[in-house]
Design a protein around this ligand. Structure first.
Ligand code: 5GP
Ligand code: MN
Length: 326
């Protein structure tokens, strides 16, 4: 666990009046839960605080209290402070932060490739989720929080560990979730809301994506694809596919999973690894890409077939160099 100088965060909160919170594009449970938890804290200190994200909140996370406060309304006023959570670099917020003219930028994250873009940086790469960093802030500073904040933090940790299945499911992650459960978090309810409450359209989308399943490179790589054009056809939302990438590594013998989402011009890769290949490092070799060793992403500005060919070449070389191909 990385030690933090929380005094500087508390002083920064004391010294400013208005705070805008934001996070990465393609919102997930960790970025939503962390933002809601910090929003509660700032409001409890009597501060003016709001959340703006360039992308919408996934429907399955709207059960979280105050989730309606995560808006896509472009801010048209200045804020004293910009707090960016769960975001490895400032470009990934997907909007121009200059427009709010912040006096200070505060960066709270757990990505190991975080660029320390803030005036204050609280980055703990040993944490399985940004929610754990926020929990440590509360715990180490004696900040008692209500049940709805415990639910937000639990959701953050549960989703970033893939429902407690990834190799980042540490004693710390489980210990914090145990404490949150002792506070009254209903684990079964949260699991159901996040993983078992699909719309018909959302489930139809998943069935179409499953039908694209392919194996490559001697069965070591598995892929699924979502052409963005099928969203309108089915009436589903982009966020209905959130979490689907995790299914690309569930087959026996697979080392790396690829989930692509493509338009005619651009192909986004969600990469997953069972642990032997560091997909975060691989993603970083593509412009703008990055992430964790077991879950990462990148975008190639080219159509699916071409992008997929390039990605498979990269993976074949990597698997060979790690002696994973016979
Ligand atoms: P997901 O595949 O669930 O969208 O993302 C997995 C992880 O990779 C997340 O930690 C996310 O922040 C990171 N990630 C996904 N896409 C990109 C990208 O295009 N660039 C960078 N730097 N990180 C990404
Ligand atoms: Mn995260």
């Amino acid at each position: 666990m990385t030690a933090m100088n929380w005094g500087t965060l508390i002083s920064a909160v004391d010294a400013h009046d208005s705070f805008l919170l934001s996070s990465h594009l393609s919102l997930d449970g960790d970025c939503v839960g962390s933002q809601l938890a910090l929003l509660w804290y700032l409001k409890s200190k009597g501060k003016k605080a709001a959340i703006f994200c360039a992308d919408p909140i996934p429907r399955k996370l709207t059960f979280l209290e105050n989730s309606e406060l995560i808006t896509q309304n472009e801010p048209n006023e200045n804020f004293d402070a910009l707090v960016i959570l769960d975001c490895s670099n400032i470009k990934r917020i997907g909007w121009d932060h200059g427009k709010i003219n912040p006096k200070i930028i505060i960066n709270i994250d757990h990505h190991r490739d975080n660029t320390d873009f803030g005036d204050l940086n609280f980055v703990d790469p040993t944490a399985a989720a940004t929610g754990l960093v926020i929990f440590s802030f509360f715990r180490e500073n004696g900040i008692d929080f209500p049940l709805h904040v415990a639910e937000s933090l639990y959701t953050a940790v549960m989703t970033d560990t893939g429902g407690f299945q990834f190799s980042n499911t540490s004693a710390r992650a489980l210990g914090v979730c145990s404490e949150l459960t002792a506070m009254g978090v209903d684990c079964a309810r949260i699991y159901e809301k996040v993983y078992s409450s699909h719309t018909r359209e959302g489930l139809t989308l998943l069935s179409r994506v499953w039908s694209t399943l392919q194996f490559h490179i001697d069965g070591k790589v598995c892929s699924m694809d979502m052409p963005l054009s099928i969203l309108d056809e089915i009436g589903a939302k982009y966020s209905d596919s959130e979490g689907m990438a995790d299914n690309t590594i569930i087959a026996d013998g697979v080392e790396v999973g690829i989930m692509t989402k493509h338009s005619l011009e651009e192909t986004h890769f969600s990469l997953r690894s069972k642990g032997k290949i560091d997909v975060g490092k691989l993603a970083k070799t593509i412009f703008g890409g990055g992430g964790h060793s077991c879950a990462a992403g990148c975008t190639m500005p080219m159509p699916y077939e071409e992008a997929m060919g390039k990605m498979l070449d990269i993976l074949e070389k990597e698997l060979e160099s790690k002696l994973l191909l016979v």
